[in-house]
Design a protein around this ligand. Structure first.
Ligand code: FMN
Length: 305
């Protein structure tokens, strides 16, 4: 997740909970790198999150690409392959309006011909395996039914489905009925994603859809960082959560360069992570209101005693 499950988070997570997460999809790398270069961002900056040297001792990752320009896709994909990545993931699920308007992310879902054109141009030239992360449509769930036969025509490593439409963003509930309809139609391993926050959510999905290959957890890993350990039977999750939050804060404090960046990043995480603690929303909001990093720092220390 952009801005959340980036390298700093993944490193601290792996340090605190070694091996608990088998694989993470890294936040997307956008193919509009001409634009990025124009803004002064180098390729190295774009790839910083997935540099193998920096990712040593972190959760294993699959890099993700967002965009639909075949030439750039192949170039980026093969560069990632040279860096050691045997799989890249194509994001056709992002719901942000500034992205979907250009038929990128979930914006491409109503256009099966465009999806086919990208896969036709990219798959034969990509050195790594390709997996896909998608929603069930941009505007409506019928869109995925037109896409399934196309996806089945290519050798994909897996298809991860978040069964909401792009227009829905994060509102409503995942459309499990539609997920259940498309699941047997897809010949690739299918991974479920959406609103998995508790061990009960995982059991519910596994029981209802025994043929899924895996489950991807998104925001749930911040609402409840010990979720994977709880499934494995851990009981002291509160203590582990506190340690993780403190380590994450310390790492932000050490690594981020400015007072403002430390405040912004710590608050970004805190706005989700506090829910894993036995504290009230009012207490959590105090941290979000604080204007100085030392105050943020001290408040979090007090709340995680
Ligand atoms: C802040 C934020 C950033 C996200 N960034 C990405 C991303 O870079 N790539 C991606 O595939 N999904 C991204 N997602 C979507 C999640 O991976 C996931 O599909 C979605 O949140 C639903 O799953 P969840 O209910 O488990 O969070 C992002 C979600 C959020 C909230």
């Amino acid at each position: 997740m952009q801005g959340l499950t980036e390298l700093l988070f993944r490193r601290v997570y792996e340090e605190c909970f070694p091996g608990a997460i088998s694989l993470a999809v890294a936040p997307f790398i956008s193919l509009t790198h001409n634009l990025q270069f124009a803004k002064g961002r180098s390729m190295e900056t774009m790839l910083a999150d997935v540099l193998p040297e920096s990712n040593k001792g972190s959760i294993p990752v699959v890099p993700q690409i967002l965009g639909k320009e075949p030439e750039e896709f192949v170039e980026m994909g093969n560069m990632l392959y040279e860096m050691g990545y045997m799989e890249v993931n194509w994001n056709i699920g992002c719901p942000m309006r500034n992205i979907t308007g250009k038929h990128r992310g979930s914006g491409i879902l109503p256009y099966p011909d465009e999806v086919r054109a990208v896969l036709d141009a990219v798959v034969p030239r990509l050195k790594s395996r390709l997996s896909i992360k998608m929603r069930i449509g941009l505007r409506n769930k019928e869109e995925i039914f037109a896409l399934v036969p196309i996806l089945n025509d290519y050798p994909l490593a897996s298809v991860t489905i978040h069964p909401r439409t792009g227009r829905q963003q994060y509102t409503g509930v995942p459309d499990l009925e539609t997920f259940g309809h498309v699941l047997p139609m897809i010949k690739h391993p299918v991974i479920y994603n959406g609103d998995i926050c508790t061990p009960h959510d995982i059991r519910r999905i596994e029981e209802r859809f025994p043929s899924i290959a895996d489950i991807m957890v998104g925001r749930g890993i911040l609402y409840r960082p010990t979720l994977p350990l709880e499934i494995a039977g851990a009981t002291d999750s509160q203590q582990l959560t506190v340690h993780f939050i403190q380590r994450l804060k310390e790492e932000i404090k050490t690594i981020l360069p400015t007072e403002q960046s430390k405040i912004r990043k710590t608050k970004e995480y805190w706005s989700l992570l506090w829910k894993a603690l036995p504290i009230s929303e009012m207490q959590a909001r105090e941290v979000l209101r604080a204007q100085e990093f030392t105050v943020v720092d001290n408040l979090i220390d007090q709340l995680t005693q």
